[in-house]
Structure formats: structure tokens, C-alpha cells
Write a protein that binds this ligand. Structure first.
Ligand code: AMP
Length: 302
């Protein structure tokens, strides 16, 4: 099964305690697509400016990603800058230059409209809604959002959430959206809004999934080498949805495996800057880290 992702393609300037990159390829849709491409065919809907060159597109094309839904318009591609504190869980946005993203109105090519899996990356909920109006009865819709939309477009977000199967957000966003500090309460409150499942990303602490069958927690992988957590959340979502789309197994066990697959890809993402950690992975590397996750969390009966 294939996935369509709608979201940002960007040039990111990122400063972390381990170094910096300037105008490196990034964007939520880019991270998602590269991660998901290890498991299933992926199509991207996004907008870029005339500074998005063949070398940038090649990052997606070499992963077999369908880029025909990336619209090119005159002007500069979206740019974002962020700086992380020592613990990498906190970051401040240095700048957001919307550029061609300001007037982005996603249009799905006709051949994308019956894609069974849809990922709505972090964009305005009204635009996420417009994507849902263009797809034909998708099998599974997942969505990401951020505090900016929770604070500024809550009604539109709630309307969109009614049509979403899985919400994938971080702990602070879950608290803000629900008004509950406790994450169990937060997930319960969010599920009332529509999504049958809520996956809460917790940075270095991993992810906790409140699924319709029960709760599943996966730790963050204990990494010695850290570089840049940018895009780890989108990478997690890509690995998770990609795996789910490749198996079509939506059972509790299928969802648990997909959550670990997402965590595996996210762990590679933070080891390097930009997309470097998730390009060119071998299937044996992915399988080996999956096994390490298994070993990390296995224990015997009491
Ligand atoms: P994450 O670390 O998961 O929050 O994702 C970071 C990625 O999201 C970066 O590559 C940015 O280019 C992109 N990004 C940052 N701000 C926005 C925004 N307001 N809208 C869409 N994408 C954004």
C-alpha cells in the first residue's frame, strides 16, 4: 500500500550543542517521506521555490519517492531556523520564513487521490481539511500539528480531527490540546475529539501510544552519539506509517511493530544533522536496531 504525505519541504538552519547546519534540506514532508520510503511507496504533496534544485529533489528520488505532487512556484522555498539547548528537548525557533509556503494550497494530482494511507504533516488545519476533501475514502489518516495551530486555529483543528484515525503529537502539544497535564487523561480527552488512537512523542523518552486496544510504550533508544533532533517526530511518523502501510496489519501487534519501526528510524535521525542519518540505511541496519529495541524492553515473568 502507498502513502501520500502533505507538508513542508524546507531549508533548515539548525544549531545544537554538537554543531550547526545552514540551509540544509529539511521540512516535515521530507523527513516523513524518506523514513516511510524504507517500507512502502510514498508520494509527496508540497510547494518549493526556484532555489529547490535537482540535488535537493535527488534526495527524495533516490529513495524512490514520487515527487510529481511537489509544486514549483517562483520565489524562495520555506526556511526555518532553530536552536537547541543542552538537553535537546528544548528548542527555540530562531526564524520562520514562509516564502512560497505562505500561499500554499495543496492540490493532489488525480492519480494521488485514491492513495489508501494519508499523512497530514504539520500545516494549517484548514489545509489539512482541504486535503481530506480531495482524497477518496482513505483506509487510514494520521495527522500531526503544533502549538501554533492549537492556540490560533482550535476550531478548525477540531473539525479536521473528527476525520482522523491517528493523531501523532508531542507531549506538550497533547497537554495543550486537551487541557490535561496527565498524559493518560490528555489522550482520553483527545480521543473524544475523533482519533481512535493517539501517539504521544516524548523526545528522548520515546513514545507512548494510546491505541483503541490498549496502551503501548517504547523507550527512546539510548544513543551515545547525538547530533540534531530536528525532524525526529516526522521521521517517527514516517517509519510508523510506512511500516503499517507495508503490512496492512492494524491489530495491536501490528501497531506495536510499526511504533517500534518509527522509533528505529527516529533514532537514526538524531544521530546526524539534517537528513544524513536516514539516507542510505540498509535493511540490515534497520533490522538490527529493531532487535536492539526488542532486547532493551524484554523481561521475564516475575
Ligand atoms: P520537528 O523537529 O518534528 O518539529 O520538525 C522540524 C521540521 O519542521 C523542520 O525541518 C522544519 O523545516 C519544519 N517546520 C518548522 N516549522 C514549521 C511550520 N511552521 N510549518 C511547517 N513546517 C515547519
Amino acid at each position: 500500500m502507498s502513502i501520500v504525505v502533505v507538508g513542508s519541504v524546507a531549508f533548515d538552519t539548525v544549531i545544537t550543542p554538537y554543531g550547526r547546519v545552514d540551509e540544509a534540506l529539511g521540512g516535515a514532508a521530507t523527513y516523513f517521506a524518506v523514513a516511510a520510503s524504507y517500507f512502502c511507496p510514498v508520494k509527496v504533496v508540497a510547494v518549493v521555490g526556484d532555489d529547490f534544485g535537482a540535488e535537493h529533489e535527488a534526495v527524495l528520488l533516490t529513495r524512490g519517492v514520487d515527487t510529481s505532487g511537489i509544486e514549483r512556484v517562483p520565489g524562495r522555498t520555506f526556511r526555518w531556523g532553530g536552536e537547541y539547548s543542552r538537553n535537546l528537548n528544548e528548542r527555540k525557533t530562531l526564524f520562520t520564513e514562509l516564502n512560497v509556503f505562505e500561499t500554499f494550497a495543496p492540490v493532489l494530482p488525480a492519480e494521488f487521490r485514491n492513495t489508501p494511507y494519508v499523512f497530514l504533516a504539520n500545516i494549517a488545519p484548514q489545509l489539512q481539511q482541504s486535503v481530506l476533501e480531495q482524497v477518496e475514502k482513505p483506509e487510514l489518516v494520521a495527522l500531526d500539528t503544533m502549538n501554533y495551530w492549537i492556540e490560533g486555529s482550535l476550531d478548525a483543528l477540531k473539525t479536521t480531527l473528527r476525520q482522523v484515525d491517528i493523531l501523532i503529537i508531542n507531549d506538550e502539544e497533547a497537554r495543550e490540546l486537551s487541557g490535561a497535564y496527565n498524559l493518560v487523561e490528555a489522550a482520553e480527552a483527545i480521543r473524544v475529539l475523533g482519533p481512535a488512537s493517539v501517539i504521544i512523542k516524548r523526545g528522548e523518552h520515546g513514545a507512548t501510544a494510546f491505541l483503541k486496544y490498549g496502551v503501548f510504550t517504547v523507550p527512546g533508544f539510548p544513543l551515545r552519539q547525538l547530533a540534531d533532533p530536528t525532524g525526529a517526530g516526522d521521521t517517527f511518523a514516517g517509519g510508523f506509517m510506512g511500516h503499517l502501510a507495508s503490512t496492512g496489519d492494524h491489530s495491536m501487534e501490528g501497531l506495536r511493530r510499526a511504533i517500534v519501526a518509527g522509533s528505529v528510524l527516529a533514532s537514526f535521525c538524531v544521530e546526524s544533522f539534517s537528513l544524513d542519518g536516514i539516507q542510505g540505511l540498509g535493511s540490515e541496519q534497520i533490522a538490527s536496531r529493531y532487535g536492539e529495541f526488542q532486547a532493551l524492553t524484554r523481561f521475564d515473568d516475575i
